[in-house]
Design a protein around this ligand. Structure first.
Ligand SMILES: [Zn+2]
Length: 111
């Protein structure tokens, strides 16, 4: 009997369950952090919104189109939040600041 470990099992770390195709639900998409270029993580598909989660999207927080393709990993979002001078410069909208603070307190960036 061969006990060769399937290579795929190494990458298979999908944190979110997905049922492809059902109710327009899409697979989480894997991205590499635009900031540290190291972290790989998944962007979850949000069913009520019928779109991918924007919580890691820099364009969402900065409200800049030029940032709309930048996805930050949780650690980089937290680092940005903790770097206050950079944070005030980057996230200008009060509403976005409030929301980010809430997300952080709700531990949405802590997985
Ligand atoms: Zn990162």
């Amino acid at each position: 009997m061969k006990t060769k470990i399937n290579q795929k099992s190494k990458i298979k770390k999908t944190p979110v369950k997905s049922e492809k195709g059902k109710n327009g639900l899409l697979e989480p998409k894997e991205v590499i952090c635009s900031n540290c270029k190291k972290a790989r993580f998944f962007i979850r598909f949000v069913i009520p919104k019928q779109s991918y989660s924007l919580k890691n999207n820099l364009g969402y927080w900065t409200q800049k189109k030029s940032n709309s393709k930048k996805e930050y990993c949780n650690q980089c979002i937290l680092a940005l939040f903790n770097n206050k001078s950079l944070y005030w410069k980057t996230v200008k909208s009060l509403q976005c600041r409030q929301q980010m603070r809430k997300y952080i307190y709700d531990k949405k960036f802590s997985d």
